[in-house]
Design a protein around this ligand. Structure first.
Ligand code: SF4
Ligand code: SF4
Length: 467
């Protein structure tokens, strides 16, 4: 009699598949994945790789479209320049991003890991592909790794690791271009090493680090390093959509005998071929249920669908579904929960975009010069001295003029005309003169910062006079 129950044996959770009983690393040789989902993943990966490698070449008004210049504290996103003064915006963005990640993961599981995470894309779609090309599929790789140092093994290792090192260097170069800009990178590479020894050392260390990650450490990044992976246990629930094995349909598993009617034999649809395990890049058996190691790469879905087709059973024994969907047999559909969570994601994204594009591109700070008292002048006039700092996030230089909006009086800039340079900040000082009869103690006054006839900003400051 067939039992539609989840598997009770949880002993697989006591160890990870990539570490053996002695505590040594078990190297994974996943079978070459193929199938419909893998083809979709390939397309997504190519697009993302093109964005990663191509973006430093894309310019907007002479600046890169994206720049994360941590050293000079200058950031450009979608052509918009951000300064340390925009830190509040980054804080809000980070908070929104955290909520976004939580809501996204609760709804759609680890879709990010399998389809868009840079680690997965570089590992599975770049380095692993090179490895298949040189070493062959999993059985050949295993044989080569275990075999002695023949001529074939030596030349394959030399070629493979040389190409790996070259690709790692290209990734490191591109990361540098994202951080310091393409022009600075080209300039740096054209100069003698001694003039940029720190940056060149950084480039070499980064290349070595990437080579270590993609040639040896590999899936261990997802298993033991990635904080997002560790969060899955608390973020996922029974309604989260994951790569899941349909144990209701699949159990009791058993091989397919010739001409056998599986139902009559009391068997489920899983023919226990282990094709799903063989393709898994983290070496887990998805039939054991949701596991931290599963990066939702969908390789097992493709592999199982292929087997199901071969034995004449319906596809989808392993599929995208929720635990509740599997246990109740309900079809995966857009339910109220998914719509609500997706709406929250859209609202968050809209809010972020609004913050992003609506922030002011000129920021002025005016403070009374510390340590100076007001001064009395002829004609019953009284003056205060102020410091002004103007951050110009625009790409053009422009002159500014400070005008009094709230009082009759006069502004005097000792240095003459103020020009604020593009994509930087300008500092200066100015005097405000008011009629003494208008000032009693501390009073608020309003200033306008103009460029030509355009009022850029209105600022309220304090003017101090005698009581
Ligand atoms: S269990 Fe399937 S989806 Fe999860 S990592 Fe392994 S092959 Fe990928
Ligand atoms: S590939 Fe499908 S049929 Fe084969 S062991 Fe995995 S779940 Fe069972």
């Amino acid at each position: 009699m067939k039992e539609n129950k989840p598997i009770r044996d949880e002993s697989f959770r006591d160890s990870i598949a990539t570490v053996n009983q002695e505590g040594n690393r078990e190297y994974v040789f996943p079978k070459k994945p193929k199938g419909k989902l893998h083809n979709y993943r390939l397309i997504v990966s190519w697009i993302l790789l093109a964005i990663f490698f191509g973006m430093p070449f894309v310019k907007m008004n002479g600046d890169p479209l994206f720049l994360i210049d941590v050293i000079n504290r200058k950031f450009i996103f979608f052509g918009q320049i951000f300064w340390p003064q925009d830190t509040y915006l980054f804080a809000v963005m980070m908070l929104t991003l955290i909520v976004f990640i939580v809501v996204f993961t609760v709804s759609f599981g680890r879709l990010w890991c399998g389809w868009t995470c840079p680690q997965t894309i570089f590992m599975e779609m770049v380095f692993r592909k090179i490895e298949y090309l040189i070493d062959g599929d999993a059985p050949k790789q295993r044989k080569l790794a275990k075999g002695s140092w023949t001529f074939e093994k030596i030349w394959k290792r030399i070629v493979k690791y040389s190409i790996f090192a070259l690709v790692a260097y290209l990734i490191a170069l591109t990361l540098f271009a994202w951080v310091i800009g393409l022009e600075s990178l080209v300039e740096m590479l054209g100069e003698p090493i001694s003039e940029n020894s720190a940056a060149i050392t950084g480039l070499i260390v980064l290349t070595g680090f990437l080579l270590f990650i993609y040639s040896w450490f590999r899936e261990q990044v997802c298993l033991i390093l990635c904080p997002y992976g560790r969060l899955q246990g608390v973020l996922l629930d029974k309604n989260s959509i994951l790569v899941a094995y349909d144990y209701v349909r699949g159990e009791i598993r058993g091989s397919q005998k010739k001409g056998e009617n599986r139902k009559e034999a009391g068997k489920g649809d899983c023919v226990d071929c282990r094709a799903c395990v063989q393709v898994c890049p983290t070496a887990i058996d998805i039939r054991n249920g949701t596991q931290l190691e599963c990066v939702n790469c969908t390789a097992c879905i493709d592999a199982c669908n292929h087997v199901m087709k071969r034995v004449g059973l319906p596809k989808g024994l392993i599929r995208f579904d929720s635990e509740r969907g599997i246990s109740t047999g309900a079809k995966l559909k857009l339910n109220a929960r998914l719509i609500a969570y997706t709406s929250v994601l859209v609202v968050l994204f809209t809010f972020l975009s609004f913050l992003f594009f609506s922030r002011s591109d000129v920021e002025t700070t005016v403070l009374r010069t510390p340590g100076l008292l007001f001064q009395k002048h002829d004609n019953n006039r009284i003056s205060n001295l102020y410091n002004i700092k103007v951050v110009n996030k625009r790409r053009v230089d422009f002159p500014i003029e400070i005008k009094l909006l709230s009082h009759d009086g006069e502004i005097l800039v000792p240095a003459g005309d103020m020009i604020v340079k593009s994509a930087t900040f300008t500092e200066g000082v100015f005097f405000v003169y008011l009629n003494e009869d208008d000032v009693h103690g501390k009073i608020p006054i309003e200033l306008g910062i103009f460029t030509g006839d355009e009022l850029i900003e209105e600022i309220e400051i304090t003017f101090v006079g005698s009581n």
